[in-house]
Write a protein of this length. Structure first.
Length: 141
């Protein structure tokens, strides 16, 4: 674990003391399925996140966004409502958070062309177009 990732984990565990007993990580097979969605290597921070919280964020859950591997893989499989196979998305973005809002589902995405050594820019937007930067990195979010 890098010092940055270690400090994020330490911070999360300090504000939610029982978090380590509540979060549930993804399997290596599920992580490989997420990796197969993009031609870019997954950022180290995202790999840490998936291994720690890929199934459940415990008390850190977002009310309208689902960051689980199940939600991401389901969204990519639903090509009728979410035509993620569009080349402009596949070549640059990776969905990391599925937004449950039925009116304005602004999903969270990694912009994998705008990376840091450990992470990448987080944007929100719709599959049909238009991405807006929201956080410098997923770790910041």
């Amino acid at each position: 674990m890098t010092p940055h990732i270690e400090s994020v984990e330490h911070y999360l565990l300090s504000i939610v003391p029982n978090l380590a007993t509540e979060w549930e990580g993804a399997t290596e097979e599920e992580i490989a399925q997420i990796q197969a969605l993009t031609p870019h290597p997954l950022p180290p921070f995202y790999l840490w996140f998936l291994r720690r919280m890929g199934h459940s964020l415990g008390q850190m859950e977002y009310p309208m966004a689902d960051f689980s591997v199940q939600a991401i893989l389901a969204a990519y499989a639903d090509t009728e409502d979410y035509p993620i196979e569009a080349e402009w998305i596949k070549q640059r973005y990776l969905m990391i958070g599925y937004n449950r809002d039925e009116v304005m589902p602004l999903h969270r995405w990694y912009d994998l062309e705008r990376r840091t050594p450990e992470d990448a820019l987080v944007v929100h937007g719709r599959v049909t177009g238009g991405m807006t930067p929201t956080f410098a990195t997923f770790g910041e979010m």
